[in-house]
Design a protein around this ligand. Sequence first.
Ligand code: NAD
Length: 493
Amino acid sequence: MREIPHWIDGTEVSGTGDRRLPVYDPATGERQAEVVAATGPEVRAAVRSAAAAQPGWRAASLSRRAEVMFRFRDLVDGNRIQLATLLSAEHGKTVADAAGEVARGLENVEFATGAPHLLKGGYSEQAATGVDVYSIRQPLGVVAGITPFNFPAMVPMWMFCTALVAGNTFVLKPSEKDPSVSLLLADLLRRAGLPDGAFNVVQGDRSAVEALIADPDIAALSFVGSTPVARSVYEAGTRAGKRVQALGGAKNHMVVLPDADVDAAADAAVSAGFGSAGERCMAVSVVVAVGAVADRLVEAIAERIGRIRVGPASDPDAEMGPLITGEHRDRVRSYLDRPGGQVVVDGRTLPAADGPGFFLGPSLVDHVATDSAYYTDEIFGPVLSVVRARTYDEAVALVNTCEYGNGTAIFTRDGGAARRFQYDVVCGMVGVNVPIPVPVAYYSFGGWKASLFGDLHVYGPDGLAFCTRTKVVTSRWPDPATSGVDLGFPKVR
Ligand code: NAD
């Protein structure tokens, strides 16, 4: 069985542990490789390598660091298909979808090339007589990234591009379910000229994460995954004195007002609900149909679902692939037996849903009760719920009382209603007639409530703030002739 290695000090390193974690081909259900879960000493070796490389990398000029990012940008661009094919073979998403993921990751590399400008500090001349004050941004040291299975290329790129260009070194612990693309990214960074040790990968699961949290040389942890794990990593990491941002799960509501274009709203709901088999943290999982639009909307969504082609990533016509594991598919499937909604389209009727691959067809559940598991749980699969609301206020109250606050969207032709929605909703990312409002790389990504623990969002300006710390210098170059003792408290006036 093929083993997925770690990447330490600029090269692949075989695992030595005795715990083996399966990497499946989700389209066939076959075990195609294994992760040899990192042991404590292996995690320590990766962190030590990153800590040893950090002073040298920090000392590299800003333009040198940016140059590495420019080269990395070209290498990612030139290897889009290789990256996409590799990740879809382990994740199961279509190659076109995987290429979209790589493209959104690439945006973060491009943002990082501009870091020399973005890392500029401030300068106040003559803050007091003969005194200047200025701020500088310095790296934290070694930053660790812990990432989920659903975006094995993009989410690591959210983290390491800004961390590296700011002068940190990095240890990535990718998802054990689709780990290979992290090694190709590591090799592209090496080819771009990143010094050995500046980027390391440890393969594994919970125990590798615990070793990273406990390691005194890790200054900061950037985590993306489910809410229970995000919460525990945030708590354990901050208790260990580290800076932590931990992004969690979601239940994204798409509110459709009565004046919305029903066809456009149905297209958006189906695209955002079933793209990547619903395994996106920004997937629309609840459509909130306001007033009289509901029946027409449900009909239009059901009609479109009937045309979705489900198949393996190797089928160029497939639009939706399998789920990540058999266990996860069975969990998602089990919701369709639950009370609290009317199943309008049942994904279990897909012939492949009974095959060895981890397929489940797209499902639509109408009249979902807000106290049912359809509504309260992050199902993270191709099950789209419809909740019917009588008024705009009722719809907004649903968004605002939801445990999660990652993304939400409104579909309407009324600019005033859209503006009011943007003002009213308690949620980190809002779409106006845009169902998946993932911010471009020069903004930052992050939810509110149980979708993010910590203060700063990931990538963009918040990402740079997260992986740097500010130092403020107060400076005087006195004329020796004017110097004298003064025990008074320093004043500026
Ligand atoms: P997960 O929480 O199971 O795993 C995420 C990472 O944490 C993996 O690297 C995993 O190995 C590690 N891990 C798992 N259990 C752990 C534990 N008990 N202690 C320490 N580490 C542990 O998430 P997943 O199933 O890989 O990804 C899907 C989840 O991620 C969904 O909830 C989705 O909404 C969320 N997600 C959120 C965002 C966001 O930006 N908010 C983005 C992508 C995915």
